[in-house]
Every structure is written in C-alpha cells, then in structure tokens.
Design a protein around this ligand. Sequence first.
Ligand code: SF4
Length: 137
Amino acid sequence: MNDSERRETRRRLLQLAGSGAVVGLAGCLNIGADPTPPVQRPEDWCLDVLEGEVPESEATAPSIDGLERADEDELQSKSNAGYECGARDGAQCGNCTFYIADRNGDAIGACTEVAGQIRSADWCALWQPREKLAGDE
Ligand code: SF4
C-alpha cells in the first residue's frame, strides 16, 4: 500500500466514523451491550413458595367478590387447575373473582377453588374476571 492508498483508506475510515457506521459495527459486535443475562427460572418456580398451609384467617374468608371457599376436599389441585407462576394476558389471581386476599401480611392469599396458598400475580385455567372489573367493561 503506497502513501496515497493509505491516505485514502484513512479518509474512508474517518467518513465511516462520522456517518455512524462505526456505531452499527459496535452493535454487531455487541460492544456496549448489557452483559447481564436475563434471569432464567423454571416455569414452576413459585410452587415452592406456596407449599405452606393456608392460614385459618384466609381459609374461612370470602373471595374478593364475596364467594365462599369450597370445602377442602373439593378444592382443585394446582396441577389440575393448570396453575402457572405469573399472569397470562393480564389475567391473574389478583383480578380473579375466586381470589381470597392476603390477611396475615405475608403477601400471599388463597382461592375459593384451588388448594393451597395462592399468589395474586399467578394464574390458572379456572380464572374468571372479578365482577367489579367485568362490570366496568
Ligand atoms: S386464577 Fe385460579 S388460582 Fe387464581 S384465584 Fe382464580 S381460580 Fe384461584
């Protein structure tokens, strides 16, 4: 490469830097990207958190729409109800007619249809909109 060619190459690099092509190249090389990978959790990660007994104050309480909890032996298991850790399309226990709100301060409630402790942020296939919310539509 002679002097003239070197000057031309340098001039082109400076033009590229000015045009933003270097920024695009940095993106391709993942330069400046957040190095923290997203947290990967198993789909059923929340079930361990919900293993405890439902406290009496929630087992005997009505749902947020005033429905009575079914007898213990009539409740669906989480597995049968298709319980999932997390909401589905905006539907979650906290806006379900069957949800029994937390009463002992542990931020976990219960359900009139599904056995065990229930997080307001989760969902199951029995979900039905809370009457007050459905009436607002
Ligand atoms: S979504 Fe399922 S588990 Fe949650 S409150 Fe409603 S019926 Fe119960």
